[in-house]
Design a protein around this ligand. Structure first.
Ligand code: PLP
Length: 418
C-alpha cells in the first residue's frame, strides 16, 4: 500500500482516494486543486489555471481574497459560533448591512443555498395561510421547468431534472410546474387562488445559463403583484454582481417580494446564505418555527460583510457588465468560425457556450467534456453541464487583459477540438 502510493503521481493519489472513500455523487474533471488566489488556481503539481467556474459562482471576489482571509483569521480568534440561543455582536450589524444594501426590511440567515430556498418555501406557505387566507395545507408554489434550486427532498420534488430526482420519492406536494420564460403559462397558473408564490431563477444557471426574454422578470413580478402572489427570486447563482448588477432582478427594474442569496455572499470562504423580505412577509416566522445552529453565526456575519464590501469597493458589478460584453463578442467569433460551436449566451460574467457533440474520424467522442479536457491542458478550468453546454463564469475580479488571454486559450482549444 505504502509502496503503491509512493510511485503514484500526487494527482492520481488524490483522485483515487476521493473515488475510493467519497460517494460518487459528482463527476469531477480530472484535476486536483491545491491553492487559489484571485482568478487563478494551482494543482498539486504547481500548474496554474484560470478558474472559469468560480465554484459555481461562489468565488466572485476571487480565491482567497486577502481581505476575506484577514477577516476570517481575525474572527476565528474572537468567536465563531454562538447559536441563536443568544445574541451575538456581529449578526445585528450584518443584518442591517444587508437589509440596507438590498433594500428589504428583514433578512433570515442560513448557510447553504438549498437551506435558504427551503426557508423561502416555508415562509411562502405560512404567508399563504396566515396572510392570504389559503385553506390549510392547500398552498401551491409555481416553479419552472429546468429549474435548479438545490438538493433537498422538497426542492428536488419541484425539479424536472431526472438526474436530480429519480428514485428519491415520495416527493413533497404542492408544486405547479410551468415552462420557463413563458408569461402566458404564468398568467394561467396564477388564476388558481391557492397559489402563494412563484419561485424562479432570473437566469437558469444550472440548466445551462438560459437567459429569459428582456421583459420576462418585470412582467412576472407585475403579474404576481396583481394576483397577491409572492415573487421569489432565487439569486443564489445570479446574485452578488455575477450578471452585471448586484442582483440580476435589478435588470428588470422591478423588485421581488423575496430574494434568496447564497454562494458569493461569503466570497467562497464559508457557507453563508439568506432570505430577504419585508416585514409583512418575514413576520410569519415566530420563535421555534425555523432555525439553524450555524445560521447567522459571527464568523459568517463578519465574512459576508467584508465580502459585500469588496463587491462594492472593487466595482465588481461594473466589471462583470463590461467584460461580459467583450467575452460574448469574442465567443461569437468562434461561433461564426467553427460549426461545432453552436452559440454563446449569458449576461455579465455568467455565460455559456453550446458545443455540438460529434464523433471523430477515428471513432473517439468529441463532446463538451473533451473540450473541457483540452481547456484544462491549456490552462483554463471549466465544466460541462447537460452534456453539450460549457459554462464560463470566472471570478469577477478578472481584468480585461486576463480575460483576453482566456479568450485566446478558449480559441486555441476550440481549434484543437476540430
Ligand atoms: N439555487 C440556485 C439557483 C443554485 O444555482 C444553487 C446551486 O448551484 C442552489 C440554489 C443551491 O445552493 P447550495 O448548493 O449552496 O445548496
Amino acid at each position: 500500500m505504502q509502496h503503491s502510493i509512493s510511485v503514484q503521481s500526487k494527482t492520481q493519489q488524490a483522485i483515487e482516494l476521493e473515488e475510493r472513500y467519497g460517494a460518487h455523487n459528482y463527476h469531477p474533471l480530472p484535476v486536483v486543486l491545491d491553492r487559489g488566489l484571485g482568478v487563478f488556481v494551482w494543482d498539486v503539481d504547481g500548474k496554474r489555471y484560470f478558474d472559469f467556474l468560480s465554484a459555481y459562482s461562489a468565488v466572485n471576489q476571487g480565491h482567497c481574497h486577502p481581505r476575506l482571509v484577514k477577516a476570517m483569521r481575525e474572527q476565528a480568534g474572537e468567536i465563531t459560533l454562538t447559536s441563536r440561543a443568544f445574541y451575538n455582536s456581529k449578526l445585528g450589524s450584518y443584518a442591517e448591512y444587508v437589509c440596507k444594501t438590498f433594500g428589504y426590511d428583514k433578512m433570515l440567515p442560513m448557510n447553504t443555498g438549498a437551506e435558504a430556498v427551503e426557508t423561502a418555501l416555508k415562509m411562502a406557505r405560512r404567508w399563504g395561510y396566515e396572510k392570504k387566507g389559503i385553506a390549510k395545507n392547500a398552498a401551491k408554489i409555481i416553479v419552472c421547468e429546468g429549474n435548479f434550486h438545490g438538493r433537498t427532498i422538497t426542492i428536488i420534488s419541484a425539479s424536472t431534472d431526472p438526474d436530480s430526482n429519480t428514485d428519491f420519492g415520495p416527493y413533497t406536494q404542492g408544486f405547479v410546474t410551468i415552462p420557463y420564460n413563458d408569461i402566458a403559462a404564468l398568467e394561467k397558473a396564477l388564476e388558481d387562488p391557492t397559489v402563494c408564490a412563484f419561485l424562479v431563477e432570473p437566469i437558469q444557471g444550472e440548466a445551462g445559463v438560459f437567459v429569459p426574454d428582456e421583459d420576462y422578470i418585470s412582467k412576472a413580478i407585475q403579474l404576481c403583484k396583481k394576483k397577491n402572489v409572492l415573487f421569489m427570486a432565487d439569486e443564489v447563482q445570479t446574485g452578488i454582481a455575477r450578471t452585471g448588477k448586484l442582483l440580476c432582478t435589478e435588470h428588470s427594474g422591478e423588485r421581488p417580494d423575496v430574494v434568496i442569496l447564497g454562494k458569493a455572499v461569503s466570497g467562497g470562504m464559508y457557507p453563508v446564505s439568506m432570505v430577504l423580505a419585508d416585514d409583512a412577509v418575514m413576520e410569519v416566522f415566530t420563535p421555534g418555527s425555523h432555525g439553524s445552529t450555524f445560521g447567522g453565526n459571527p464568523m459568517a456575519a463578519r465574512i459576508a460583510m467584508e465580502a459585500l464590501d469588496i463587491v462594492k469597493e472593487e466595482k465588481l458589478s461594473e466589471n462583470a457588465e463590461r467584460l461580459g460584453h467583450i467575452f460574448r463578442s469574442e465567443m461569437q467569433q468562434l461561433v461564426e468560425e467553427f460549426p461545432y460551436v453552436k452559440l454563446v449566451r449569458g449576461k455579465g460574467l455568467l455565460n455559456a457556450v453550446v458545443i455540438e457533440a460529434r464523433t471523430a474520424a477515428d471513432g473517439t467522442p468529441k463532446s463538451a467534456w473533451e473540450l473541457c479536457l483540452l481547456l484544462r491542458d491549456n490552462g483554463l478550468l471549466a465544466k460541462p453541464t447537460h452534456g453539450d453546454i460549457i459554462r464560463f463564469a470566472p471570478p469577477l475580479v478578472i481584468t480585461e487583459e486576463q480575460l483576453m488571454e482566456c479568450c485566446r486559450i478558449i480559441a486555441l482549444s476550440v481549434r484543437q477540438f476540430a
